[in-house]
Design a protein around this ligand. Structure first.
Ligand code: SAM
Length: 387
């Protein structure tokens, strides 16, 4: 496969955070060709895709467009598939996995389209080489394809990522209602934190927000925490290219910690998990952890931001029981956070109204499939109740 050939690159992200993804791309000199709520399109080579997988903090997956096919029906799709030189992408000894999306009258589920494409590729290999690569479910060694067939156009993409980029690898899953790492990164970006001033993260749970902030402050790109991306399985991948990129990104790491990130939680178990996660991410020296009730959290009078992701209660009755906690957050901002920009990330409108302060910012993000809001409050001296 020619790793230098330019094509369209389609990068997905969690619903609502594409502005931050676009900003990351522009910062790294990629042109934005198109943007929607859950993806951004840019252009570049497969080598650029390797770099994008390493550096992006808010992306989900990076797809390289292999081919756009005009195909009104299944016959023409099969025919066009037989024209692609698949041996340049996957060897007969390799493995291929296919995901798809179809909006075509002849296909009523994506499993069927996966099978159609798989058969087309298998036919090609059998005709040309009398043997074919394995195919099946996603696995770490497979070349991963994504096919999007809508109306008369099929787009074939190479998924260069594999396991979503949000899975950085530093977190033990399932504890303390953790948020996605990519979302936490977007929240830190949205807070406008400058990486030098104080950042407080009370109710830190497993520490995702504090850890993402520390990764930014330390200039550690998240890809340095990962061993594997699907692009490594594509024929012609040169591992030296990845190693060199990693080497130069390591050189840019800021190794002198500036301890300005304060993470706390009233659960000792959460603080232990957050500390262990920070160790795995290599940023424990950047974060001051404390096992503390919200009301006892000490906030310095210096410039900075406060970001809180309180529980928001998914089950019936739970929401109401959290009303006092949200009132307490409002009081905490008013009494202790004068001069700071404060943020609450929550999935409950009912609860957000209990904070009782005027918002300066309201952004909609999705945590999985839950519509959430990031609410900003400017706590300048004299800021009082909402009207
Ligand atoms: C939704 S979780 C935070 C998840 C976090 N963003 C993460 O990614 O892991 C809310 C956290 O608030 C903590 N918490 C709830 N009430 C608290 C209080 N009054 N003081 C301090 N922490 C509190 C809980 O222990 C829990 O860890």
């Amino acid at each position: 496969m020619d790793f230098q050939k330019e094509s369209s690159i389609h990068i997905t992200c969690a619903l609502g955070i594409s502005d931050y993804l676009a900003a990351e791309l522009e910062e790294n000199n990629f042109t934005i060709i198109n943007q929607a709520k859950n993806h951004v399109i840019t252009s570049g080579s497969l080598t650029d895709c390797i770099r994008l997988n390493l550096i992006l903090r808010t992306a989900y997956r990076v797809y390289y467009e292999l081919k756009v096919i005009n195909c009104p029906d299944q016959q023409s799709l099969k025919h066009s598939l037989s024209k692609i030189k698949w041996e340049k992408i996957v060897s007969t000894k390799g493995c291929i996995t296919i995901q798809s999306f179809a909006n075509h009258p002849s296909v009523n589920n994506s499993m069927y389209l996966n099978q159609l494409v798989k058969d087309g590729i298998a036919d090609y290999f059998r005709t040309q080489f009398n043997e074919r690569p394995d195919s099946g479910k996603w696995n770490e060694d497979a070349v991963s394809l994504f096919v999007h067939w809508a109306d008369r156009k099929a787009r074939i993409y190479l998924d260069t990522t594999g396991q979503p980029l949000g899975k950085r690898g530093y977190r033990q899953q399932g504890l303390y209602a953790p948020m996605q790492e990519t979302l936490a990164a977007a929240i830190v970006m949205a807070s406008g934190w400058n990486r030098y001033s104080d950042l407080y993260n009370p109710m830190c749970g497993s520490g995702t927000i504090a850890i993402e902030a520390a990764l930014m402050a330390a200039n550690i790109v998240p890809g340095l925490l990962r061993e594997h991306f699907s692009v490594q399985n594509i024929s012609g991948f040169d591992k030296q290219v990845l190693l060199n990129m990693k080497k130069s990104l390591y050189k840019q790491v800021n190794s002198e910690p500036n301890r300005v990130i304060y993470a706390s939680d009233h659960s000792a178990g959460a603080i232990k998990a957050a500390f262990e996660n920070a160790c795995r991410a290599g940023v424990e020296r950047w974060i001051d952890f404390s096992n503390s009730e919200l009301e006892s959290v000490k906030i310095a009078e210096s410039e900075g931001v406060v970001i809180i992701n309180p529980p928001y209660g998914k089950r019936l009755g739970e929401e109401e029981s959290l009303i006092p906690l949200y009132k307490q957050i409002g009081e905490f901002f008013k009494k202790k956070c004068i001069g700071k920009t404060c943020f609450v990330f929550t999935g409950s409108r009912l609860l957000s109204h209990q904070i009782g302060l005027k918002t300066s910012k309201r952004l909609i993000f999705f945590n999985g499939d839950i519509e959430c809001r990031l609410l900003g409050y400017e706590m300048y001296a004299g800021s009082k109740k909402r009207n």
